[in-house]
Design a protein around this ligand. Structure first.
Ligand SMILES: [Zn+2]
Length: 279
């Protein structure tokens, strides 16, 4: 396994693992047959759990760039999370282990507003976990998830997202916006309306923090497969295809939240098929 930290030009990217999770393939990818995943098991053993389940991960990434520390996503949270079988995340513990202090975070950027990406925003009592940070949310996800017909079905929006506005620490962005002179937001909609990747470009090197552009390494080859959480499957496939083509053509480093720890790798062609080559 690769180390938890890589550098891209002058940017350091630290992979932070909140938790691993296991789901039945039929629940995770409801449009697939569970057997579709069998041929990939030898190639990606860490993406398979016990009893025929798929194993997935909730990563966050800390980026040190141009004097700022930027945290991408905040995991499932301290829990226990009932809908995930009562598990608890360990993001803050992992940050301490890897030398990224919560109080050093200047900006938290969200790839999207699903519950496994916003969990550590606040501590009990609605105190921001990252005390000096601004929290930056894609406008299209804010509009979608805070709508009166959607928010009631998403209790995490009330618990972890809406208070950010009341606390005065929320910023909304859309399109391509510079976070630092080396980091820019890159809209990759489909998984959610405002799903956003982060493009890292520094000293001639590039990487993409891909959020939930894919959920299992088999999708490197089968970009048309969609997990059940892809809100707009045709648009999710189009964004996945576009980003994966770009990663492969340019040989870029990718960080993909739900891929095996630490989620760093490249997309390369092997015997005519595109494969995920973990670092
Ligand atoms: Zn998601």
């Amino acid at each position: 396994m690769a180390g938890s930290s890589v550098t891209v030009g002058n940017v350091e990217i630290v992979s932070l693992l909140d938790t691993a999770m296991e789901f039945d393939a039929g629940m995770f990818f409801p449009r697939n047959d569970s057997a579709d995943f069998d041929p990939y098991k030898n190639q990606y053993p860490d993406a398979y759990g016990s009893d025929g389940k798929l194993r997935t991960y909730a990563h966050c990434y800390a980026l040190r760039s141009a004097g700022k520390t930027v945290l991408v996503d905040t995991g499932i949270g301290p829990g226990p999370v009932a809908m995930l079988g009562g598990i608890s995340g360990r993001l803050v513990q992992d940050m301490h282990t890897k030398g990224v202090q919560p109080e050093s975070i200047d900006v938290v950027v969200f790839t999207h507003l699903h519950s496994d990406h916003v969990g550590w925003n606040l501590t009990p009592g609605n105190v921001p976990t990252f005390g000096k940070a601004r929290y930056s949310v894609p406008q299209a996800d804010w509009d979608f998830f805070t709508a009166s017909d959607v928010a009631p079905q998403n209790p995490h929006i009330h618990a972890s997202v809406l208070p950010l506005k009341e606390l005065g620490v929320l910023d909304l962005f859309s399109g391509e916006k510079a976070i630092t002179e080396e980091l820019t937001t890159y809209p990759t909609p489909g998984h959610t309306p405002g799903h956003t990747s982060i493009l890292v470009s520094s000293a001639g090197e590039k990487a993409i923090i891909c959020g939930d552009i894919a959920h299992h390494p088999a999708q490197a080859d089968r970009t048309e497969w969609c997990c059940g959480f892809d809100g707009d499957p045709p648009q999710a496939v189009a964004s996945r295809q576009k980003v994966f083509d770009q990663l492969e053509a340019d040989g870029l480093l990718a960080a993909i939240s739900h891929f095996p720890d630490p989620g760093f790798g490249k997309l390369v062609r092997l015997e005519g098929k595109r494969v995920w080559q973990a670092l």
